[in-house]
Ligand binder design. Sequence first.
Ligand SMILES: [Zn+2]
Length: 59
Amino acid sequence: MPNEVVRLICPNLQCKSILSVPASARGKAVRCRQCGTKVHIPMGNKTPAAPAEVKEPAA
Ligand SMILES: [Zn+2]
């Protein structure tokens, strides 16, 4: 998904703007356009770690 976008809310309680950043910005920090607060983009925000389903091949 090349155009994946990560949405997060500005941590500034007086701002709370919704920031849309490209998924490629994960692990980096961006600045909120409204207030200039630095917002850290967490890794893998949209993909919750699901336990891998292991299936044993039928013998
Ligand atoms: Zn902000």
